[in-house]
Design a binder for this molecule. Sequence first.
Ligand code: NIG
Ligand code: FE
Length: 418
Amino acid sequence: MSILIKNIKELIQVREPGIRMVAGEHMKVLPKIDNAYIFIDHDTIVDFGLMENASGLTADTEIDAMGSVVLPCWCDSHTHTVYAGNRIDEFVDRLNGLTYQEIAAKGGGILNSAKKLESTKEDQLYQEAVARIKNLMALGTGAIEIKSGYGLTTDSELKMLRVIKRIKRDLSLKVIPTFLGAHAVPEAYADNKNAYVDLIIKDMMPAIQKDRLAKYIDVFCEKGYFGLEATDSILEAAKTFGLIPKIHVNQFNAFGGVALAVKHNALSVDHLEELLPEDIEALKGSRTIPVALPGCSLFLDIPYTPGRELIDSGLPLALASDFNPGSAPSGNMNLIVSLACIKMKLTPEEAINAATLNGAYAMGIEQQYGSITRGKRANIIISKAVSSYYELPYSFGSNLIDKVMINGEFIKKPQDNS
Ligand code: NIG
Ligand code: FE
């Protein structure tokens, strides 16, 4: 089954094979072809170029994309999309003056989600997550990382990871599973955090490895959660189990977590709303990519990650949604791209690079996703008629997506998102 999309106003993020991510000055460049075509065979991008060179091409299906921008699907490298229920009451508590930390201290926050998850059947959890993810696919997300971390017991963490595995099997988007047992210290271990770290290392990790349920390991490295010593022990042990670190760090406090992540050769460091000069120095020359989560900054009304500073220091940057019930209850990557431009002062080129190719790198899937490249997966967004790709971040909150193709197939819209 072949598909030819013709008369594309702007085909953006076109790359030659082999480029893994873009950093610093290179993030300002978003290669594009005006008046273009793209040719797809089954699940693969086979060819693209100028319309004037498409005259001899025919396909099983031909689509006229007149007036549209075509770009690769969003690659959302940091989400907590599997959860039970919601935390709407905490949202209202915050509107009434409590902080995220105060809510957590009185048993809300992550522990509240863990309680809800414990009493939710695996099937129900799966159904809730699938409904959320189908909405995200209609909004252009073609690859997603999903973390555990609302289990906090071996049984419940495994339950979450099994749900993620099922989603990976059943849905057409790319799913990357991450184990986040170290998301919060459960009440039962409040006076003995080390025993919980032991449980993670000696009980959870072997069980996860046995059923190959996760590719990455995450830790919420933060005051009141897991400090440097606990994070170090968990990441050290993770090596034995072949789990690569991608960690939550510097959300509320900066105290050396970034350097620790780099020491462990982390693939990404995520949040960084608080950033010290030494954090930037630690990242230079490493393979670790910083990931900004502007949806969390908006929702919690906390500082935005200094993305400008990171890019101007020559570093790469990825953008992700952090979709979760407590600090970022939206997985809409279109909004994330707008926020990065409006609040973090990224250019449209930088924001789109950060949400596509660099997002793919932050999941270790940049060989197959994140750009319009011959041989990569056919994951593409076709916009409605727009004046240029600048309109994507400009028209924040609007849905400018006409069609989404994932793995070579147009997805059905689960609801009217217009
Ligand atoms: O990335 N910071 C830690 N984890 C999530 C929040 C999880 C929650 O509040 O449920 C985050 O913001
Ligand atoms: Fe998160």
